[in-house]
Design a binder for this molecule. Structure first.
Ligand SMILES: [Zn+2]
Length: 97
C-alpha cells in the first residue's frame, strides 16, 4: 500500500472510531430513516463522548491509530464542529417537496 493510500485508510479508521464513540454516547444519533446521516442536536453536550474516549484510550484501546489521547479527542472535536444538523437534510428536502 502506498504511503498516501495508507494515510487515507488510517484517517477513515480514526474517523469511524470517533463516530462510533459519538453514537454510543448519544451525542450523535442517526436519522431514523437514513442510517448513514448523523445528526447532533444544537445544544447537545459532547462531554460524554470525550470522557468515553479518554477512558477507552487509558484502557489501551485505539493505540494503533492514535498516538495520544489528545489526537483522539481532537478527532471528536472535529466531528462536533462539522456535524451540527439537528434535522436530516434528506428528510428536510422530502418534507419540503
Ligand atoms: Zn432522514
Amino acid at each position: 500500500m502506498g504511503y498516501w493510500k495508507s494515510v487515507l485508510a488510517d484517517n477513515e479508521a480514526r474517523r469511524s472510531i470517533a463516530m462510533s464513540i459519538m453514537l454510543s454516547t448519544g451525542v450523535f444519533r442517526s436519522c431514523e430513516y437514513h442510517g448513514d446521516v448523523f445528526l447532533a442536536d444544537e445544544f447537545v453536550d459532547p462531554q460524554p463522548a470525550y470522557m468515553r474516549a479518554a477512558w477507552r484510550f487509558k484502557h489501551g484501546e485505539f493505540h494503533d491509530l492514535f498516538e495520544s489521547q489528545k489526537e483522539l479527542t481532537d478527532e471528536i472535536q472535529e466531528l462536533v464542529t462539522e456535524f451540527s444538523w439537528d434535522e436530516c437534510p434528506i428528510c428536510w428536502k422530502i418534507n419540503r417537496d
